[in-house]
Design a protein around this ligand. Structure first.
Ligand SMILES: Cc1ncc(COP(=O)(O)O)c(C=O)c1O
Length: 426
């Protein structure tokens, strides 16, 4: 098939033809040729309850028959109001909700909020940001600046904002060296804050799990210490829950699970249940108040055409309803993962098994790096066996929709064990 579509994250020169998807139902995608794939990665981590989930589809249809879109400056509507109220009730530290339309824009807004928060108070010297090595916060220039320096950011190095990176103390099941790594990381952060504390506007973290870095996990205690150091030095904390929000880590939000309270919080992906592009940046009363002023220069001049789109908000409300009705769906998956990982614990080619709520990952030994040739080979073999899994280099991860059944998860793990054995020995 000759397609004019330039695909994301794809070297088009030798890209295999994309698979044509006809429909989705629950955790299963059906291709045009009739093949079925079990979606073990929630289609880039967005699908929460399953594909074509009927209640969300119906809520969007009803909303589309009433109001599909309206300018968001000076106007509002019931779904946007209700969603904002629901979010602030779930996250009482954040009384203010700024809508946008994808994860990168949620981060972009957070970055601008943090920078202008200081500027509005006369502290224009706070131009630098802090982030964790390996982080991924999106592909727009600001969000990319906050992301770890990598193959993705290299072509744009000269355009990026000034950011200092702190080592990420990754951990896994049975890991014994994490305390030392945490100590080194905290020492590094403290050194930066002591030397340049007054230059930083904010630090951004993906709480508990760094997604694109390869589902790298850290301990709640580390994040609490980071948060405390930032508080001592008066630097804002941005929580990027674009991926980890809405049950992914086993609780509604990773910040709650970690016991931290950022000043600004980014939400997207699962916010609409995975149906429509919708994002929100929430902030504390203190941050919000720094923008309320008689001086027009203190205004946050930021907005997008589809800000607070009514269809997205209606989808999000239906999704929240489902999450609140059935929290066991995301609450019990960690136990399932642990049972399955236990069966692979002695696999001779797998290491660094880890889990956080609905998210699990394992690494093929000796395969560091996003470009490791094993990744595409494994992906192809998984597809041939009916599983949508998309390894990040040699890291195989599962981020299933919450409707996935126990037996489907077991089948996915069996497939992983067998495919890795075959691929590594071939
Ligand atoms: C933690 C995090 N932040 C931001 C983003 C960017 O979101 P989007 O792809 O919707 O722009 C992602 C995407 O994977 C993410 O994982």
């Amino acid at each position: 098939m000759n397609s004019p579509i330039w695909m994301p994250y794809t070297q088009m020169k030798d890209a295999p033809a994309p698979l044509m998807v006809r429909s989705g139902r629950g955790a299963v995608l059906e291709l045009e040729d009739g093949r079925q794939l079990l979606d073990c990665i929630s289609s880039w981590w967005v699908t929460l309850h399953g594909h074509a989930q009927p209640e969300i589809a119906a809520a969007i249809a009803v909303q589309a028959g009433q109001l599909e879109q309206v300018i968001a400056a000076g106007f509002t509507h019931q779904p946007a109001e209700e969603l904002a109220r629901r979010l602030t009730a779930m996250l009482p530290f954040f009384p203010s909700v700024f809508y946008s339309d994808n994860g990168s824009t949620a981060v972009e807004v957070a970055l601008k909020m943090a920078y202008q928060y200081w500027r509005n108070q006369g502290a224009a010297g706070r131009r630098r940001f802090l982030s964790l090595e390996g982080a991924y916060h999106g592909d727009t220039l600001g969000a990319m600046s906050l992301s770890g320096r990598s193959l993705f950011t290299a072509p744009f190095a000269e355009l990026l904002l000034p950011v200092d990176f702190v080592p990420f103390p990754q951990t896994w099941l049975g890991d014994e060296g994490v305390e030392e790594r945490e100590g080194q990381s905290l020492e590094h952060l403290e050194g930066l804050l002591r030397r340049n504390g007054e230059e930083y506007a904010a630090m951004i973290v993906e709480p508990l799990v760094q997604g694109a870095a390869g589902m790298r996990m850290c301990r709640p205690a580390f994040l609490r210490q980071v948060s405390e150091l930032l508080r001592q030095h008066g630097v804002l904390l941005i929580g990027d829950e674009v991926f980890t929000g809405f049950g992914r880590t086993g609780e509604f939000f990773a910040c709650q699970k970690a016991g931290i309270q950022p000043d600004i919080l980014c939400l997207a992906k699962g916010l609409s249940g995975g149906f429509l592009p919708l994002a929100a940046t929430l902030c504390s009363e203190e941050v919000y108040q720094a923008f309320c002023s008689d001086d027009p220069r203190h205004t946050l001049y930021h907005g997008h055409s589809y800000t607070a789109n009514p269809l997205g908000c209606a989808a999000a409300l239906a999704s929240l309803e489902l999450l609140e009705k059935e929290p066991h769906r995301f609450g019990e998956m960690e136990g399932w993962h642990l049972e399955e990982l236990g069966r692979l614990a002695d696999h001779s080619h797998l290491s660094r098994l880890r889990v956080c709520g609905t998210i699990a990952a394992l690494e093929v030994k000796g395969t560091a790096g996003y470009l490791h040739e094993l990744g595409p080979r494994l992906r192809q073999r998984f597809l041939e066996r009916g599983f949508l899994l998309r390894p990040l280099g040699g890291v195989i991860y599962l981020v299933p929709p919450y409707c996935l059944e126990r037996a489907q998860l077991a089948a996915a793990y069996r497939c992983i064990g067998e495919v890795v054995s075959a691929a590594v020995s071939s």
